[in-house]
Design a protein around this ligand. Sequence first.
Ligand SMILES: Cc1cc2nc3c(=O)[nH]c(=O)nc-3n(C[C@H](O)[C@H](O)[C@H](O)COP(=O)(O)OP(=O)(O)OC[C@H]3O[C@@H](n4cnc5c(N)ncnc54)[C@H](O)[C@@H]3O)c2cc1C
Length: 402
Amino acid sequence: MAVASPLDKTDEQKAITDMVRQFADEQILPNAEHYDHEDEFPEPIVEQMRELGLFGVTIPEEYGGMGLDLTTYAMIVEELSRGWISISGIVNTHFIGSYLLMKFGSEEQRQKYLPTMATGELRAAFSLSEPELGSDVQAIKTSAKRTQDGDYEINGQKMWVTNGLMSGLVFVLVKTDPEADPRHRGMTCFIAEKAPGVAENTGEHAGFTVPPPLKKMGYKGVESTELVFDGYRCPAENILGGEDEGLNKGFAQMMDALEVGRVNVAARGVGIAQRALELGLRYSQERKAFGKPIAQHQAIQFKLADMATQVEAARLLTLRAARLKDAGERSDLEAGMAKLFASEAGRTCVEESFRIHGGYGYSKEYEIERLYRDAPLLLIGEGTSEIQRMVIGKKLLERHKL
Ligand SMILES: Cc1cc2nc3c(=O)[nH]c(=O)nc-3n(C[C@H](O)[C@H](O)[C@H](O)COP(=O)(O)OP(=O)(O)OC[C@H]3O[C@@H](n4cnc5c(N)ncnc54)[C@H](O)[C@@H]3O)c2cc1C
C-alpha cells in the first residue's frame, strides 16, 4: 500500500500549481532579468496574474475569489517565488490585506473591497514599520485622532511599505490611545484608501503622500516606499471591523495576520531555494574542471545534497504550518519555525549555488546573481530570524509550562 506523503497534493492543488509553474517558466523567468535590471514594475506579468485569478486565491467564492486554503496558497507562492520573489511580493501584501478583511472586517467592508481585490483591480499594502522601528511594533508613533466630525486624522511616517505606490488600499497600524498600558491596547488598524500609482494624493485622499521608491540591493520591480500622513482624514467606518469592534484592536489583528504572513514568507524561501538548487544542478553538469563535469567532484555533490535536503525540509515545515492553520489548530510556533528555517534555507541554498557557479555567479549574465541579491530580504520581512527565535522560544515555554 502506498504511504501518503505530506507533500501529496489534491487534484485541485496539482492542477493550479502546475498552471502557476508553467506561468513562471514561460512568463516570469524569461522576463525577470529585464525588470530586475531596469527596476521596472512588471505590469504585463501582473496583468496576466489578474487574468489567472491569482489575486483572489484565498478570497471566498461569494466575493469573486477562488476560496482556496492557505496550504494551496503556499504552494502557489512557492511557484511564483521560484520564478522571481518580487512577483510573489506583489501578491503577498494583498493576500495579508484580504486575510485581515476576511477575518476581522465588517460585512460592509468585505462587500466593499473584496470583489475588486479578488480581480486584482484593487490591490492592497500593509504597513507597520516606521523609520525608527520595525521589530518593536508597539513603539509605533504614527497616530490617529478623532475629529469633531467623527473622522480620524492620521499623522506620521511609515517605512518600507511593499506596494506602497501601486496599491489602492493600505492596512495601516497606528496609535489611537497614547496612554494605553500595555501599549498594544492603544493601536488601531485603518483601511487607508488612496489613488493607485499617485504620489501626491488630493481631494478626499489629501494628506497621503508616497515619496519616491527606496533604492534597494535586490527585490527590484516591486516598489518599497515610505508613506507620509499629514492631516489625512480617514472615516471612522474605515477602522478594520468598524469603530465599535475595531478601535484599539489593531495590534492583535496585525499579529494574527503576520502568522499567515510568515507561512507566506516561508513559501517564498522554499521557492528561491528550489530555484537555486535547479540552477546548481544544471550548471554543475555543464561546467567541466579537471577533466570532468564539476558535479562529479564530491565536494560539489555534497553541496547539492545539502541544498536538496534543506529544500525538502523547508517545504515540509511550511506545508505543516499551513495545514495546521487550515485545520483551525494553533500554528504560531510552527509558522515561526517554518519562516525561520525556510528563509535561512533560501539564503544558504542561494549562496551554495552561487559558489557552484564560480566566477560566473558574480556575473549579471547569470540568474544566480539576482537570487543572491534577492534572498536576504526573506531574513528580514515579517520578522527577522532573531525575532522568529524569540517567538518560537516564547511559544515553546507557553506550551511546556511546568
Ligand atoms: C524590502 C523590504 C520590504 C518590506 N516591506 C514591509 C511592508 O510591506 N510592511 C511593513 O510594515 N514593513 C516592511 N518591511 C520592514 C520589515 O518588516 C522590517 O525591516 C523588519 O521587521 C525589521 O525591522 P527594522 O528594519 O526596523 O530592524 P530593527 O527592528 O531595528 O532590528 C535591527 C536588528 O536588531 C535585531 N533585534 C531587534 N530587536 C531585537 C531583540 N529584542 N532581540 C534580539 N535582536 C533584536 C533584529 O533582528 C535586527 O537584526 C520591509 C523591509 C524591507 C527591507
